[in-house]
Design a protein around this ligand. Structure first.
Ligand SMILES: CC(C)(COP(=O)(O)OP(=O)(O)OC[C@H]1O[C@@H](n2cnc3c(N)ncnc32)[C@H](O)[C@@H]1OP(=O)(O)O)[C@@H](O)C(=O)NCCC(=O)NCCSC(=O)C[C@H](O)C(=O)O
Ligand SMILES: [Mg+2]
Length: 288
């Protein structure tokens, strides 16, 4: 019989918080976000970088963020802050260190040498990064990818469209690479944080493509992402019925069942079990 996938940590909502903003750091402890990216890079002004690093290090030492995954986005190693950022959070017990503008596996090697144990995540947001996505995803220390659609759009010189046509090639390449290597992959941000309908549509597109969740910039975006990337009641119900029908078919010596007029084979049961495991992981997250 196919084994249920281990309940994985959900990443439906991944909220950026500028590492320099005391109030937002405090507020995030009560927000319904699956994960937090504590940002030292683009959300922090150059003359605030050192204060933000100190504030964040102290906050992560003392504050309880419950079951929310804690990810620190450091500055690039080509800046005056990057290497010290990496060293400062190497032993901080965070779930991952997120490296900006990863263009090749060598960018990961450089941080891996400074951070011997903490898992690494990569911002996928350069044209070279898209072309090297498979090699980046294969890096032994990498566990997650985050799409940086603002920087990618900047590099491409494309226009923002609701269908994200110009970004589709890069989104697809990174998704393929992440899935081929068993990584978490989270979609880019939706900049118009007061436009709920636009956000909902972009979350639906990301969910349809296969992303695990969406990066967000404002607490008002959380509920929409959490709903879009969770299995719906109908999906959970169908998954349960597929598993029951398939087990019954197997008991009769058959390899195929039919549910709602559609065939159900072993491969559909793998997906059904993943849906149930994700629903369980979300429920566990909500209880924590
Ligand atoms: C976008 C913002 C600047 C808006 O800030 P503000 O005007 O202060 O918002 P509000 O007054 O509506 O805030 C209401 C309360 O919510 C708290 N808040 C706001 N944002 C956050 C947050 N991100 N996390 C936690 N809490 C937040 C405020 O403190 C208010 O609390 P209260 O006092 O109790 O009322 C602001 O939202 C913001 O700075 N967002 C994050 C921006 C950011 O991190 N940008 C960098 C990442 S995006 C990126 O770089 C992606 C990638 O690299 C790419 O290339 O695409
Ligand atoms: Mg960026």
């Amino acid at each position: 019989m196919t084994q249920a996938a281990a309940p994985a940590r959900p990443y439906r909502s991944v909220l950026y918080i500028p590492g320099s903003k005391d109030r937002a750091l405090e507020k995030a402890r009560t927000l319904a976000t699956d994960a937090i990216i504590f940002d030292l890079e683009d959300a922090v002004a150059p003359d605030e970088k050192l204060r933000a690093r100190e504030l964040l290090a102290e906050t992560l030492r003392s504050a309880d963020y419950g079951g929310r995954a804690r990810i620190v986005r450091i500055n690039g190693l080509d800046t005056e802050w990057g290497a010290d950022d990496a060293r400062a959070f190497a032993g901080a017990g965070v779930e991952a260190i997120l490296i900006p503008k990863v263009s090749s596996p060598a960018d990961l090697d450089a941080v891996a040498a400074l951070v011997p144990e903490t898992p690494l995540w990569a911002m996928m947001e350069t044209a070279a990064g898209m072309l090297n996505a498979a090699a980046i995803a294969a890096h032994p220390r990498l566990q997650g990818m985050v799409m940086g659609t603002n920087d990618l759009a900047k590099e491409l010189g494309c226009r923002f469209r609701t269908d994200r046509l110009a970004l589709q090639a890069g989104l697809g390449l990174c998704l393929l690479a992440a899935r081929a290597h068993g990584l978490v992959i989270v979609d880019g941000v939706y900049n118009a944080f007061k436009d709920d309908e636009g956000l909902r549509a972009e979350c639906e597109q990301g969910r349809d493509m296969g992303f695990d969740g969406k990066t967000l910039i404002h607490p008002a975006q959380l509920a929409i992402a959490n709903a879009a990337f969770a299995p719906s009641e109908a999906e959970v119900d169908l998954a349960r019925r597929q598993i029951a029908a398939f087990e019954e078919a197997q008991a009769q010596g058959l390899g195929v069942a039919v549910v709602d007029g559609k065939i159900v084979e072993n491969l559909h049961i793998v997906t059904a079990r993943q849906i149930l495991a994700k629903a369980e992981a979300i429920a566990a997250m909500q209880e924590s």
